[in-house]
Design a protein around this ligand. Structure first.
Ligand SMILES: Cc1cc2nc3c(=O)[nH]c(=O)nc-3n(C[C@H](O)[C@H](O)[C@H](O)COP(=O)(O)O)c2cc1C
Length: 155
């Protein structure tokens, strides 16, 4: 299956998980590519305060996995704006992961994956899974491995 891993990453955590996921999917026989959303300048506090430099087009993929950091207890505003402008995902399978620092509930993880899932569903995709990666010391490796194994086995 042709799988696109479409990510936004500010400090590299989400990119690192995407790389491991790409390897995992390739080992399972998928053709997996990572594509990054990029903007001019630094990550803003709100959607609409930046311009996209690259906006990956999901049209060529059978399945798309979106990856993003949490920011201020919510989905990062760059990924929010990207999802808003997506074309139809009808007929595609989808999944997502987010990376975050705080290891506690009510710190944005559920909110962030919920936003990605509902955006994908609104565009007609069938969402097959969503993972939260905790970048917290002591929890990180286990959390990354779980997310990569789970997402890598979805398609
Ligand atoms: C401005 C800012 C706000 C953040 N807000 C949260 C938050 O609300 N909850 C959380 O768990 N982590 C928060 N983080 C931590 C990031 O989500 C975490 O480090 C993430 O893995 C970064 O991913 P990246 O390296 O791909 O950009 C925040 C980081 C930044 C820079």
């Amino acid at each position: 299956m042709k799988v696109g891993i479409i990510i936004y990453s500010q400090t590299g955590h989400t990119r690192e998980v995407a790389g491991l996921l790409q390897q995992n999917l390739a080992e399972k026989g998928h053709q997996a590519s990572i594509e990054e959303i990029t903007i001019n300048g630094k990550t803003p506090a709100q959607p609409g305060q930046f311009e996209f430099l690259t906006k990956p087009d999901p049209v060529q993929y059978d399945a798309v996995i979106f990856g993003s950091p949490v920011q201020a207890f919510n989905l990062n505003p760059v990924m929010r704006a990207y999802l808003d402008q997506l074309p139809s995902l009808r007929g595609k399978e989808a999944a997502c992961f987010i990376t975050k620092q705080l290891p506690v509930k009510w710190s944005g993880g559920t909110q962030a994956v919920g936003k990605i899932k509902s955006a994908c569903e609104a565009k007609g995709a069938m969402v097959k899974g969503a993972e939260i990666v905790f970048w917290t010391e002591g929890k990180r490796t286990e959390s990354i491995n779980k997310a990569v194994e789970t997402l890598g086995g979805l398609f």
